[in-house]
Each structure stands twice: as structure tokens, then as C-alpha cells.
Design a protein around this ligand. Structure first.
Ligand code: F0G
Length: 413
């Protein structure tokens, strides 16, 4: 493999300052100094009262939903990430996506295609009164193309949920990238620092789940943060059951040290400017090669619209998977399908229900690749773009019962 664009999760290059902090970590089982340093950074950034370390984002999700989601309840969001959805469904709840209608058009160059539909959110809260344990929003919206949510929409979401007395929890994996987009794109926000915007965003909510593997700039780590004392106490009890003592969660103290430093570094606006410019550079050049991408490009990844690249491959033959495999074969670029492999379903009558979009995600690890790397990736893509008509679809030969895209097997048709 030449370029690993499978995910931006846990693949960041850590800085010298992070490695240095790890060297002086306090690995005490209980009451480690490293935990208190980590907790101080998270509290200063988010303002949340309780900070509960977990080994990664999905552990925070599992604990949160286990104590809040009951059978027959609904958790609305702009779009749930797949582990979020799977954890809600595992607890017999419904994960409801309420992204705005305009986000469905992959070509519309709108600034905040991660926004939640506030009217529908309000209706759902009214109609399912008493059956919504919490409302969520994912920043940036990974499933929908790495698209940001505007501050105005976040304020609106908070207001709707508070009016209905429903706790508001942010899936904050890529909060810094989202807040940078707010600074760059939202009228009236240009004069503010990204940190200041982030503080306002977190203040709108009652807690967050966080995978440090994205905007924490670490290879492992995460947390659940909550304001509610009773809920936090319950969460800590569950944490002890499976993750570990509340001052380390599923992490080594050195992981918490690295995360504390990463959470500061990720707010460096020179770093954010370079990161978002790299993503845009890749997207613009791909589009020029005749590989249509989700517009505008998001923060952490470029999404190729595989349905438009391979119009002759039907959804049940997985055009996204076919394109992803070809990029790997042609130039060692590993990417990831986000389409019918991930979201396709078999209906009760045995027919195939495809995903709404067939995308191939090229996710950019943080602080890893330079512009010359991206130029080489583009040369590979140009070669593949020149012979898309010859490409064939795929057949799925093995699928596990859930989260099938992680371990499914395929063969070419
Ligand atoms: N929420 C979002 C929006 C995510 O993108 C992810 C992970 C998680 C939660 C779960 O966090 O991996 O630390 O348990 N996304 C990775 C990706 C896997 O490739 O997009 P985790």
C-alpha cells in the first residue's frame, strides 16, 4: 500500500510535544496526575462538569446509550455515524437521521450541508413526547460527506431540544474542523477564534461523546462528558464494569497525556488552515479529472460520487466498492466505500434496498501527507478515470450480522 486513506481515525502523526508528555505520564491506577491534567484541558474547552475517559468514541456511545436508550425510544440526529447507530439499535432504540433536504444533493455547493432539519426535529419531539431520551448532532457530519453544521443550526437545535426538555449531546469527533468552517463560512463569525467558537458550541449542549482519534490527534483515546450528576454517576459505574477506573477509562495515562496536548494543538488555526486547504486541493483536482466529488469538500475527507463515475454499475453490484478496489489495484490507494456495502439492506421480500448515496471516501490522516503525496494520488486517479467504462461491479460473498462493511468479503464480477 502506498497511501492509506481508509480513515482519518487514529492515524494522525503525533507531535514531539505529545510524545514528550507521554514520557512523563503518571500510570497510577487511581488518581493519576495525568488524568487531572487531561480533565482540566477538556473542562476548559467544553465546560462540561463530568469528564469520563474511554478507550475510543464508541465506548463512550455504548455507555451513554446503555443508560438512556430503552426499547421503543428514538434518538434524533443530523446523521448518526455507523457505530452510533449500531449502539442505539443494539439497545433496541431507533437512530433517526434528520439532515436537511439540501444535503441530499451531492452537487449543491452550500456551506453547511451537515445541518439538521429543525422543523422536523421539532415535529419528532412533539409527536414522540416522552420517548426521546436525548437528541444528538454529529460535527462534522461524517456520514453525509464530512459536512459542517452552522453555529446558527447548532443554536437552533439546542433551543428546540431545550424547549422539549430533552438533553442535547454532541458527537464532537471533528469539532475543531467544524468550528473552523464556522469561522470561515458563517456570516459574523470571522472575527472569532476557533477556540472561542468551540466554547460556544459546547455550551449549547448537555454533554458530548468524543473520539480522540480524530480531532484529539491521538492514535487511541476518547471520552464521554456530561453535565448531569446522576447520569454521570451511572456512566462511571458502567465504565468500571468494562473500561476501567474513572481516572483512566480504557486508556493508559500516557494516552490521556497525548490527548490533552492534542486537544490544544488541534485548535492551532495554521494547522486547521493547512488541513482544510489540503482536502480542498484534492477535491478540486479530482473534480477536474472527471471524478465528481461531494461539493463542497468536507473537512477530513473527499467523497467521490461513485454512482456518477460508474453509472453502468447498478447499486447491488456496489459501484463504490468497485471503484475503491480499483484505486488500490492501480496505485496502492486504500480508501473506503460509504454506500450500499455500508447501508444497503435486504427487504423482507428478499429484494435489495440500496443506500441513498454511493460514495468512496478518501480520508486524510492528520499531519501525515504533503502536497507531493496528494499530487501522486491525483496521478493514480487520473489513470483510473481514463478507463472507468471498463470497470465491473462486485459480489458480496460474506457478511456478518451487523456493521458488515468492517469485515465483508467480495469478489469481482
Ligand atoms: N462518531 C463519528 C462521527 C465517527 O466518525 C466515529 C468514527 C465515531 C463516532 C466512533 O469513534 O472509532 O473512536 O470508536 N469514525 C471512524 C471513521 C471509524 O473512519 O470515520 P471511534
Amino acid at each position: 500500500m502506498t497511501f492509506d486513506l481508509l480513515t482519518d481515525s487514529g492515524t494522525a502523526a503525533m507531535s514531539a510535544a505529545q510524545w514528550a508528555a507521554m514520557m512523563i505520564a503518571d500510570e497510577s491506577y487511581a488518581g493519576s496526575r495525568s488524568f487531572y491534567r487531561f480533565e482540566k484541558v477538556v473542562k476548559a474547552l467544553t465546560g462540561f462538569k463530568h469528564v469520563i475517559p474511554t478507550h475510543q468514541g464508541r465506548a463512550a456511545e455504548r455507555i451513554l446509550f446503555q443508560i438512556t436508550v430503552k426499547p421503543g425510544t428514538t434518538v434524533p440526529s443530523n446523521s448518526h455515524f455507523d457505530t452510533t447507530r449500531a449502539n442505539i439499535e443494539y439497545d433496541r432504540g431507533e437512530a433517526l437521521d434528520l439532515v436537511t433536504a439540501e444535503a441530499r444533493d451531492t452537487a449543491a455547493p452550500l456551506p453547511f450541508k451537515g445541518n439538521i432539519d429543525l422543523e422536523r426535529l421539532d415535529t419528532v419531539c412533539r409527536e414522540r413526547k416522552g420517548r426521546i431520551p436525548l437528541g444528538m448532532i454529529t460535527i462534522t457530519n461524517n456520514t453525509g460527506g464530512g459536512q459542517p453544521v452552522s453555529l446558527e443550526n447548532l443554536r437552533g437545535c439546542s433551543a428546540v431540544l431545550r424547549r422539549h426538555g430533552i438533553p442535547f449531546i454532541i458527537d464532537a469527533c471533528r469539532f475543531a474542523e467544524n468550528c473552523y468552517f464556522i469561522q470561515q463560512r458563517e456570516p459574523g463569525q470571522q472575527g472569532r477564534s476557533v477556540r472561542d467558537i468551540a466554547r460556544e458550541v459546547f455550551a449549547l449542549a448537555d454533554g458530548c461523546t468524543f473520539s480522540g482519534k480524530k480531532d484529539g490527534l491521538v492514535n487511541m483515546g476518547g471520552f464521554l462528558a456530561l453535565n448531569d450528576d446522576a447520569l454521570a454517576a451511572e456512566a462511571r459505574n458502567l465504565l468500571i464494569l468494562t473500561e476501567g477506573f474513572p481516572t483512566y477509562g480504557g486508556c493508559a495515562a500516557r494516552d490521556l497525556e497525548a490527548l490533552a496536548v492534542g486537544l490544544e494543538e488541534v485548535l492551532d488555526e495554521r494547522y486547521l488552515a493547512y488541513r482544510i486547504a489540503s482536502t480542498r486541493y484534492l477535491a478540486e483536482h479530482l473534480a477536474a479529472l472527471g471524478m465528481p466529488v461531494v461539493e463542497p469538500p468536507g473537512g477530513h475527507a473527499v467523497f467521490i460520487d461513485a454512482r456518477r463515475v460508474l453509472p453502468h454499475v447498478p447499486a447491488h453490484e456496489y459501484p463504490g466498492q468497485a471503484l475503491a478496489c480499483e484505486l488500490y489495484r492501480a496505485g496502492g490507494i486504500r480508501s473506503c466505500e460509504i454506500g450500499s456495502v455500508m447501508f444497503g439492506k435486504t427487504r423482507p421480500d428478499g429484494s435489495f434496498e440500496p443506500s441513498r448515496l454511493e460514495l468512496v471516501r478518501l480520508a486524510l490522516p492528520r499531519r501525515v501527507y504533503t502536497q507531493s503525496h496528494v499530487d501522486y494520488m491525483l496521478e493514480v486517479c487520473a489513470e483510473v478515470a481514463g478507463r472507468t467504462r471498463e470497470l465491473r461491479g462486485m459480489r458480496m460473498t460474506y457478511a456478518p450480522p451487523f456493521l458488515k462493511h468492517f469485515t465483508a468479503h467480495f469478489e469481482p464480477l
